[in-house]
Design a protein around this ligand. Sequence first.
Ligand SMILES: [Zn+2]
Length: 394
Amino acid sequence: MTRHISSTRLVRTYNASTVLRTLYEHGRCSRSELTELTGMSPATITRIIHELLQQGVIKEGSHGKSTGGRRPIYLHIDHTKLYIASVKLLRDDFVVALFDLKGQLIAKESLHVESLPPHTLLANVATSLLEIFASLAIPHEHIIGVGVSASGICHPIDGVVIRSLNLGWKDVPVAEMLSQALGIPVLLENDANACALAELWIGNARETANSMYIKTESGAGVGIISNKTLLTGSRFVTGEIGHVPLIPEGKLCRCGQRGCLEPYVYFKGFQETYLERTGQELTHAKFIELVGDGDDFATEIIDQASSALALACAHWGIILDIEVITIGGIWGRFPQILKHCQSYYDAILEQSVIPSNVQILNSRFDDIADLLGAAGLVVSNWFTPASVPFERQA
Ligand SMILES: [Zn+2]
């Protein structure tokens, strides 16, 4: 009698996940190739394949060449039937989302957050994700994991937010709390690091070894990729430089110092000022319109952000011999900012070192870089450690 594996566990059982990982890695395999590659018995492979086909997470495709007997049928993962949930926990910006295995965004929902205590906020996250799964009738076990991108110093192995000034959290075991609530494995990463990984895997930095992502709108910090690897430092503090003063006698920052990058790029701060002055809401579209019209308020903000970002790019990028810098958030959408940062950087290198090879770019992911990076971590961890997620499609 065939042993039946509970449909609520199959995908995450060792044998099934080994078969799925092998198919993900190789793109397509016949049953006999799977037997050879996994080391499992033909009977086990037959049983697992039967179960996975029934669940719809794999499908039969073309026929291979005959080696004497019947032509083998190739098996593929159905990349639209396995999912990764993703969570963004930033200052004033809380989003849950669902991606398929191709990295296609299936659902995204901003959370209404009234208070930040971890239990309340994470319960809100779990409820919202469960509602998305239910509304799309996605079987729980077809979600291979949850990736969380959070503002602050994060321990990616323990899944703990060690400290987050923006969230007001200290030693919060986010992965454990969320995985208990959802019954799904959870991975955690710092927000700027998640964005830098998204750019490395499928964005601006995919062709380069050394890159940096500057996080802007909801706080300032950087994610750094050195030699294709995320730099974390010994305490996961690498890149937490949003509150290292850059501009002498600069703007007063909420950390108590002057001249940090954050007050120059924290968009909510400008929205609050605009509301006080005009009684109107400053949306991204409105701000872009004001800049286009040459409005004094908007022009001053752009000029100051441009100068501060140019300093940040040059000071942080040259230390690391960076080749690609991505400016996240709304600021990267202004060509004049990118151009100013680029020419400032190039001029310094020309004068002092060697001709510049840096490219300073806008993110192609708009506001989902965090979510993509966090989801990519899950794919990378589950299927192919140290490899590129979202690319190995049949
Ligand atoms: Zn500061």
